[in-house]
Every structure is written in structure tokens, then in C-alpha cells.
Design a protein around this ligand. Structure first.
Ligand SMILES: Nc1ncnc2c1ncn2[C@@H]1O[C@H](COP(=O)(O)OP(=O)(O)OP(=O)(O)O)[C@@H](O)[C@H]1O
Ligand SMILES: [Mg+2]
Length: 295
């Protein structure tokens, strides 16, 4: 079992390091590598969770395929044997946790869809009954299922900043009416298909974020899709409106971190071995449930 905290491919050009992913540039493509780093409360913890990166990467691969009838995506190949030659000596480490993707021009809004009211949507509703300019019925409880999923875009913040929720009209100002309307339709369609499928496997996808880009004038799906990093995954058998829900992937580690008395500032604490193992197994279980296969 190879765990990857950081990619140490010194001869390759790392163009971006997110909390979880490392991205390398080749001439006309990007290599996206999902590491086993875990972030909780926005802090990257010092330990890695074995196979987590593989699970996240393979979940995206799974959904990209499922959604091909709705929208094209950025994948060129997920077979390290077909990657450009500078990556060949790392083929083993890259297996299952990476994808070579077409470089697109990212459209600079985050396409969020909410099927349930939670997080910043819930905060905003409590203040004035609206989410991203959309008026919602009175009397909703936290985590309630919405009558129909909502498209609630946000700005795409620079590293370190927080995204800001915007109205559809503001999204139109950023990307134009034609593209905004297409992004909305695509986002809602992908979410509905994914959430419906996940629910048959006992997973509620409460909300999610998509990113799209332009390639040769065409809108394609980029980044990651319907993973526990870009979405809220809730175990359906534990769902109860009127409170916050447990997160399918991170609850165990979050509970441990809260009990540990950690003040949520960097650096995070070291995790006990059993917490690491339970968390790793939870990620693997999510993958198995969704796809029926072992990662
Ligand atoms: N096919 C693509 N073409 C161009 N840019 C892409 C493509 N796919 C993803 N990206 C961009 O790559 C970046 C992925 O970054 P990553 O998810 O690692 O970090 P982040 O979103 O800044 O931070 P984090 O996810 O850790 O909070 C995003 O800016 C995304 O828009
Ligand atoms: Mg990201």
C-alpha cells in the first residue's frame, strides 16, 4: 500500500498544490494527482489516510463516465502507461490516483447545486429566508430536503479566500446569459442523476459543486465531480432533519478532533492509528457502495 502525502516528483513542474491535490503541467494537458492528505476544519492534517486519494480520484472517474451522455469532460486518460514520458517513471505511484486532463479555460463561477438545506445555504436562509437570491418556503428545518434542487452559484475565490454566494443574475454578469443558463441546466441535470443513483446505495448527496471550462468554444466538465470533497455525503440511514447531519467520510475523524480539544489552528494533531484506519475504511466503503467494486 503506497500512501502519498506529497508528490515528490522533483523533475516535474508542479503548477498548483491544493489541500488535497497536486497538479502538474505538461504542454497541452494537466496531470491531476489526488494525494492521501486529509483536511479537516480547513487544516491539512499531518497524517495521511491510506488509499483516500485513490478513492476520490476513482469516484470522479466513475461519475465522469456516468455523465457522458449529459456533458463531455476533461479526461484524456487515466492509464499511467499512456501519460507523457516524463511521468512514466512514476507510473506505479500514479496508478488509480491520477488523471491526465485537457487544459480548459475555467469558467470563473462555482456551480453549486443544493438538494438539501445545509451549510452556508442554511445560514443564509436563517437570516432572511433566501439562498442566493432565491426565496424559500417558510418553516424549513436544517437539513430539510428542498422541494426541487437549487442552482446556487458562487464566485471562485483566489487561494486562501472564501467563495461568496451570488445570485443567478450576478452569475450572468460574470459569464454571460447564454453560458450561465447552460451551466445551470447542466448542473441540475448532473446533480439529479448522481443524487438519485447515490440514494439507491444509501448515500444522500446533499449538495455539490461543479466546475466547467471552455475547450474549443465548448463547455466541458472539469476538476472533480460528486466526490466527498466537492459535496456533502450523508449516510441515508442516519438522516434526520432538524439538525446537522453526520458527514459520511469525515465524521469519525472530526469527532475525534473535537474530543481531542484541538483549537482548529494549524498544525493539526497526529491521529491515532485506529482513527486513520477507520477513516481509510470509510472512504473505501463509500467507493464500494457507489460502484460495487473495491478501489
Ligand atoms: N481541465 C482543467 N483545465 C484547467 N483547469 C482545471 C481543470 N480541472 C481543474 N482545474 C483547476 O485546477 C484547480 C484544482 O485545484 P485544487 O482542487 O487542487 O485546489 P483548490 O480548489 O484551489 O483548493 P482545494 O480544493 O484544496 O480547496 C482549480 O482551480 C480548477 O479550476
Ligand atoms: Mg478544489
Amino acid at each position: 500500500m503506497v500512501s502519498i502525502p506529497k508528490t515528490k516528483f522533483n523533475d516535474l513542474s508542479l503548477v498548483r498544490q491544493g489541500k488535497v491535490r497536486d497538479i502538474f503541467d505538461t504542454d497541452d494537458a494537466l496531470l491531476m494527482v489526488t494525494t492521501d492528505r486529509l483536511s479537516a476544519f480547513d487544516v491539512v492534517l499531518p497524517d495521511v489516510i491510506p488509499d483516500k486519494g485513490k478513492v476520490l480520484n476513482q469516484i470522479s472517474v466513475f461519475w465522469f463516465k456516468q455523465m457522458e451522455s449529459i456533458v463531455k469532460n476533461h479526461i484524456i486518460t487515466t492509464d499511467p502507461g499512456d501519460y507523457p514520458k516524463e511521468f512514466q517513471s512514476y507510473a506505479d505511484a500514479l496508478k488509480k490516483r491520477s488523471m491526465l486532463v485537457k487544459k480548459a479555460e475555467p469558467l470563473i463561477i462555482e456551480c453549486i447545486v443544493r438538494g438539501y438545506i445545509s451549510g452556508s445555504g442554511w445560514s443564509s436562509y436563517q437570516k432572511d429566508g433566501h439562498v442566493c437570491g432565491i426565496q424559500l418556503p417558510k418553516g424549513l428545518k436544517e437539513s430539510d430536503k428542498l422541494e426541487t434542487p437549487l442552482f446556487t452559484p458562487s464566485t471562485k475565490a483566489e487561494v486562501g479566500d472564501h467563495d461568496i454566494n451570488i445570485s443567478y443574475e450576478e452569475a450572468v454578469k460574470i459569464v454571460g446569459e447564454k453560458i450561465a443558463s447552460k451551466l445551470k441546466d447542466l448542473s441540475l441535470e448532473i446533480y439529479k442523476k448522481g443524487a438519485e443513483f447515490a440514494l439507491t446505495k444509501g448515500i444522500i448527496i446533499a449538495d455539490t459543486k461543479f466546475e466547467f471550462g471552455l475547450l474549443d468554444g465548448e463547455i466541458i466538465l472539469i476538476d472533480e465531480i460528486l466526490t466527498p470533497d466537492s459535496s456533502r455525503f450523508w449516510p441515508a440511514d442516519d438522516y434526520e432533519p432538524g439538525r446537522g447531519q453526520n458527514s459520511f467520510d469525515k465524521q469519525y475523524v472530526r469527532d475525534w478532533l473535537i474530543d481531542s480539544g484541538w483549537d482548529k489552528t494549524s498544525p493539526g494533531p497526529k491521529l491515532p492509528q485506529d482513527v486513520i484506519e477507520t477513516t481509510s475504511n470509510t472512504y473505501k466503503e463509500i467507493y464500494k457502495r457507489l460502484t460495487g467494486e473495491n478501489v
